[in-house]
Design a binder for this molecule. Structure first.
Ligand code: HEC
Length: 115
């Protein structure tokens, strides 16, 4: 009993340092970093994190970056036609498209079954 009382503070310290390391690691894993400024042009319809706010705008969160950038390039070139997205994509450079596609792809989504 005496022995365990003596050891307990050490165990506590070890636990605390393990936990604080753990907490640090969890924090480092957590999205989102600050949203890139270019997202402001999309957020009114698609949301900052890609959960769309407009009923006709698809959710972008968690879509593969490859798919998102391909769609944006298709809107920009006119291969995929949409009045609004065509205009918006024409204002995007390749670097903007890459940043936006990566941002939306990096958002984690979680699915739950309907009750
Ligand atoms: C005014 C509302 C509006 C804004 C602002 C807007 N979008 Fe869209 N977006 C839409 C709509 C509506 C669609 C569906 C178009 C269609 O049917 O092809 C769409 C489609 C898309 C798609 C295709 C998604 C898919 O599932 O195929 C991508 C990618 C996309 N938008 C990215 C962006 C990005 C990036 C921005 C900001 C630079 C942006 N959008 C700004 C309304 C908007």
């Amino acid at each position: 009993m005496g022995q365990s009382c003596m050891y307990r503070p050490w165990a506590g310290l070890i636990m605390a340092s393990v936990l604080s390391l753990g907490a640090g690691w969890v924090c480092a894993q957590q999205p989102p970093a600050a949203a890139p400024p270019a997202v402001q042009a999309c957020a009114v319809c698609h949301g900052v994190q890609g959960l769309s706010l407009a009923p006709d705008a698809p959710h972008l969160a968690g879509q593969p970056a490859f798919y998102l950038s391909a769609q944006l390039r298709a809107y920009r070139s006119g291969v995929r036609r949409h009045e609004v997205m065509g205009v918006i994509a024409k204002g995007l450079g390749d670097a903007d498209i890459d940043v936006l596609a990566r941002w939306y792809a990096d958002q984690r989504i979680r699915l739950e079954s309907a009750p």
